[in-house]
Design a protein around this ligand. Structure first.
Ligand SMILES: [Zn+2]
Length: 195
């Protein structure tokens, strides 16, 4: 039955898109400490890793996640990988600290945001479409599951601290996405970020 076959394929594709690669699956070290905050998070902050560079396969992206966690835990001395989630050039979403866990990616926003890192250097190149689609899907499902506020504000890292992150080309892209705000405070006018 071709129609059943294609329906099954479509279902598998859809579930593959919404899957999040677990910490166990990417071989994460345990966090030193987990501190939570009450959601839903009012901010979504977009990052690039710059280094590691873009990864193209699950094996490469697993390695990139491990490298970032090792750098953050052992060189920076943080509790865990700084980001809430990583997204790879393979189109997969990788669990970082997860939703409602205080991150280490954007000072003063760590306890009120979801930090999503698009693995790679996006200063000159745009991430592949499947990577951008995975990010939008992650945000959408976060809203649907009540982990991200329905009226969330989307920001690039550079809007809340002195950094070129998430890269000029990626920053130009997210400016066109729903909920992007040119003001770092978004709708929260009394909120003044660090420079
Ligand atoms: Zn960043």
């Amino acid at each position: 039955m071709p129609s059943a076959y294609f329906a099954t394929r479509a279902l598998l594709y859809f579930s593959a898109m919404t899957d999040i690669v677990s910490r166990c699956e990417w071989g994460a070290a345990p966090p030193k400490l987990v501190e939570t905050f009450n959601g839903p998070a009012p901010f979504v902050i977009i990052h690039h890793s710059y280094i590691p560079r873009e990864c193209h396969s699950n094996a490469e992206c697993v390695k990139a996640m491990q490298q970032m966690q090792d750098f953050h835990q052992n060189d920076r001395g943080w509790n865990d990988i700084g980001y809430s989630f990583g997204v790879g050039g393979d189109g997969n979403i990788y669990m970082g600290r997860g939703f409602n866990v205080i991150g280490a990616h954007a000072p003063r926003y760590n306890d009120k945001s979801v930090g999503i890192c698009l693995i790679g250097d996006w200063t000159k190149n745009l991430p592949p479409e499947k990577m951008l689609r995975a990010v939008r899907k992650l945000i959408q499902s976060g809203v649907e599951e009540g982990n991200i506020a329905r009226n969330y504000t989307l920001l690039g890292h550079r809007q809340v601290r002195d950094t070129e992150c998430p890269g000029q080309t990626l920053f130009d892209e997210i400016k066109t996405w729903p909920h992007f705000s040119p003001r770092p405070s978004g709708p929260h006018d009394d909120f003044t970020p660090d420079s």
